[in-house]
Write a protein that binds this ligand. Structure first.
Ligand code: ADP
Length: 302
């Protein structure tokens, strides 16, 4: 149960981090909440939880009334179940893309904030980290990361290998993705998800890493953003495993040890919900030695 509470806490934080500051239309309903509730064995009956948890409230809720009662709620399972029921209700009945109303978004923000507060003493969750030497295109994980460029249509190094192995479906999906972006290109540090064409994984997450200049041009922050945003995209699709190449350390020239430290630190600081395993897939054996050494140093410190 401790693990379950930790998962609920992680998810509440994830939801608030992702959605608190975005307009309702950008709230993605297809993420891993259902999986979590399944794993906790909550009722799948939609529409009942709200009334049971908060007698007298209609499904869409009256925010002012809700604000008044939310502070008195102390039952984590009941609240989580009520949120899930509301979620199911919306996903079940929404017929358009603008899935969630402003009122509903506020309801979720209040409910998740209360859930996060009620579960704040749960132990933090961590993903397990594995380092291997190999070709990332062969890995049977949920998502692999592509060290892309801002053009997002393929290039040299690992980017070229991924596109070659995934075939034209991936290129076509990338073309569509780029057409939909405001500047028709990606931003450094952001992460963009596509399906994986012929690859054994389910998704490819494309992230343009920073070109290393001298370390004084925001490179560490931008590289950390790459890792964090990839993890977020993977969580949105309820991935349990993800593999990273050594982003920016090839043609983009990032010093390998510094880059590995940033990668490890960012992943260890992340509160996972669905992710259980992160693989550092190093193409060169020497890179794997760097990762293993840093991970061992950390274990010794603990
Ligand atoms: P960047 O432009 O971000 O520096 P590169 O593709 O030049 O990207 O290099 C990033 C890393 O990807 C390097 O460590 C390189 O050794 C590695 N790499 C190249 N091919 C593969 C592959 N098939 N699988 C995993 N890593 C790879």
């Amino acid at each position: 149960m401790k693990q379950d509470i930790a998962k609920i806490h992680s998810f509440a934080q994830f939801w608030l981090r992702e959605y608190q500051d975005v307009p309702p239309q950008q709230v993605c309903l297809e993420n891993c909440f259902g999986e979590i509730c399944f794993s906790l064995g909550f009722s799948m009956d939609c529409g009942h939880g709200i009334e049971e948890a908060f007698p007298g409230m209609s499904v869409l809720g009256n925010i002012t009334a809700f604000k008044q009662i939310i502070g008195d709620i102390t039952d984590v399972a009941l609240l989580a179940n009520a949120i899930f029921s509301q979620w199911r209700y919306i996903t079940h009945w929404s017929m358009t893309d603008s899935l969630i109303s402003a009122n509903n978004k506020e309801w979720f923000c209040l409910a998740f904030a209360r859930l996060a507060e009620l579960t704040k003493d749960a132990p933090p969750l961590h993903v397990s980290i594995e380092t291997i030497t190999g070709d990332i295109t062969t890995l049977d994980v949920d998502a692999i990361v592509n060290a892309a460029n801002c053009g997002l249509l393929g290039g040299g190094g690992v980017d070229g290998e991924i596109h070659r192995a995934a075939g034209k479906e991936l290129f076509e999906e990338c073309l569509k993705l780029v057409e939909g972006l405001p500047k028709h290109r990606g931003d450094t540090g952001q992460a963009y998800l596509t399906k994986a064409g012929q690859l054994p994984c389910k998704y490819v997450i494309h992230t343009p890493g920073p070109v290393y200049c001298d370390g004084q041009h925001d490179e560490p922050k931008l590289l950390a953003n790459c890792y964090e945003n990839c993890l977020r995209r993977a969580e949105e699709m309820a991935c349990t495993s993800i593999a990273f190449p050594c982003i920016s350390t090839g043609v983009y020239g990032y010093p390998k040890k510094e880059a590995a430290r940033i990668a490890i630190k960012t992943i260890q600081a992340f509160s996972p919900v669905s992710l259980q395993k992160v693989v550092f897939c190093c193409f060169e054996a020497g890179d794997a030695v760097i990762y293993k050494r840093i991970l061992n140093e950390k274990k010794e410190v603990i």
